[in-house]
Design a protein around this ligand. Sequence first.
Ligand code: GLU
Length: 271
Amino acid sequence: MNDILKDVSMAHRIVVKVGTSTLTYEHGTMNLKLIDRLSMVLSDLRNQGKEIILVSSGAQGIALGKLGLAEKPKDTKGKQAIAAVGQCELMYLYDKMFSGYNNTVAQVLLTREDIAIPRRKRNIQNTVTTLIEMGIIPVVNENDTVSYDEIEIGDNDNLSAVVADLVDADLLVLFSDIDGLYDDDPHKNKNAKLLPTVYDIDEVRDVAGGAGTSRGTGGMVTKLEAAERATNAGIHMIIANGNNVDSLYDILDGKPVGTLFVSKNFDKEEE
Ligand code: GLU
């Protein structure tokens, strides 16, 4: 195990982000097997004494399935309305699944404004920290119901990095529908290679393609933005495949998983 993987394996406060494409099947119905496994693994890590914060997308995606809609509404009020439906469903399910593993979750909904205004930011930090200290797993999402273009963070990749920074996490794990960052688009080039470790985001910016799926909002671009924010804040970040959430155990065993973006503080810490 090299020094960086060892440092990652010692992470105590961990933010885990799951995207809509991981949580739902193609038509917006929920991937119950995956959500159950995620609840089990996170509960187990919590039982081991780790501090866990879950950033979960899926409100709007799940609402599509629940309401039988083929695609997200284009207008803001339509998106806000379906998010209100889906968020309720999402938390109902997390509450039920985590309770089954004897763990408690709490809903935290944020917008950019909440982070930008110092008094609100302090309150959020206090609340989330208190929840963690109480042994509760906060489940964070954007407050889509009140959010609109000017005040939204916009995607949960960036939101998860904001949250990791806010709570001074040691590690951020973004579960995606891909194994990590490749040196070329793996959907188009079968010889594309997974990049195991990234120290300098500027060196990989060109290889990150654009869009994600129609159900989520993130792609590699937003993941690199998140990596930049996290690593600048002294937090390691990993992109890993959400189809195997058990890889969290491997990460905490110091094994290489997905793509690791190394914290900018790493060298300083080592000296
Ligand atoms: N907040 C959105 C939702 O729950 C997801 C945003 C994202 O996927 O990045 O539907």
